[in-house]
Write a new protein. Structure first.
Length: 277
């Protein structure tokens, strides 16, 4: 582990102790873990590549909770323990800090770090991004390399959510709208125009088994998002056919098991063979 990463972990512990947060960051082998709330938290990173170039452009940080006995816990089950906005804000920030610590440890020369941000967190504070701006600054990672992913959850105040996103952008963070087009959800289309994200991540339901008619509509949808000035990521790409459907529609980036599974290290993504055809 680099001195920079070690110093950042020490800084995180001092900061969270001062705030009374029940968490301790520690070096476990080559990686950083966090212990608190009766669980152990680890980071996993899934690569995101250029749809045409195949170059790895970034990684999404994903939290992996484990019981103290080492048993894996479902992420949703873990997060559902935190019902209030303040509790969610605290654990959300801890998870993002953990991913940032492991990102710093890996010292990638370039590439974006995608971090999930629960809408309930944004509604719990009026100083949006202020704390995490200090954390990113201590890590030495400019906010322009950090993409805040707004998860697809309904909130009690979409206007406040839009104000929060505006404040995050003002601090230099990039914004992604996650799970766009997910079946059974209706808030994503309103959010697309209200939040004006830099990146829109299409749910895999838009590319999985797409008929000719749906492929045509997918291309139109990609064009509409591009017209709003946003970049498109196809999530959940699992087959060569799905990767080609996404490329034919004009999608900019690919993410999914075909590209690379979540891993403790910042691994390079795999270029689907069809890109070389």
């Amino acid at each position: 582990m680099t001195n920079r990463a070690a110093h950042f972990v020490d800084w995180l512990n001092q900061r969270f102790i001062q705030q009374g947060a029940p968490v301790q960051f520690s070096h476990e082998g080559p990686r950083v873990a966090a212990h608190g709330f009766g669980v152990a938290l680890e980071s996993a990173f899934q690569p995101i590549i250029g749809a045409v170039s195949g170059r790895t452009l970034g990684w999404e940080g994903l939290v992996r909770p484990h019981s103290l006995a080492g048993e894996s816990l479902p992420v949703v089950e873990f997060l559902d323990r935190f019902a209030t906005g303040d509790d969610m804000a605290r654990v959300d920030r801890i998870c993002r800090s953990l991913h940032l610590a492991n990102f710093v440890r890996a010292t990638p020369a370039d590439g974006y770090l995608f971090l999930n941000l629960h809408p309930r967190h944004l509604l719990s504070t009026r100083r949006h991004g202020e704390v995490f701006s200090h954390i990113a600054d201590a890590a030495g990672v400019p906010p322009q390399r950090i993409v805040m992913e707004i998860l697809e959850h309904k909130t009690s105040d979409e206007a406040q959510l839009a104000d929060a996103v505006k404040a995050l952008k003002a601090r230099g963070f990039l914004i992604a709208l996650d799970d766009f087009g997910q079946e059974g959800h209706s808030v994503h289309y309103d959010r697309l125009t209200a939040l004006k994200p830099n990146i829109v991540k299409f749910d895999r339901s838009l590319i999985a088994g797409a008929s000719e008619a749906r492929r045509y509509l997918l291309g139109r949808l990609v064009s509409a998002v591009h017209a709003l000035g946003a970049t498109v990521v196809a999530e959940g790409v699992e087959t060569e056919d799905e990767a080609q459907i996404a490329r034919d529609a004009g999608v900019d980036m690919l993410q999914g098991y075909l590209i690379g599974r979540p891993h403790g290290e910042l691994s390079e993504g795999r270029l689907p063979l069809a890109a070389n055809a």
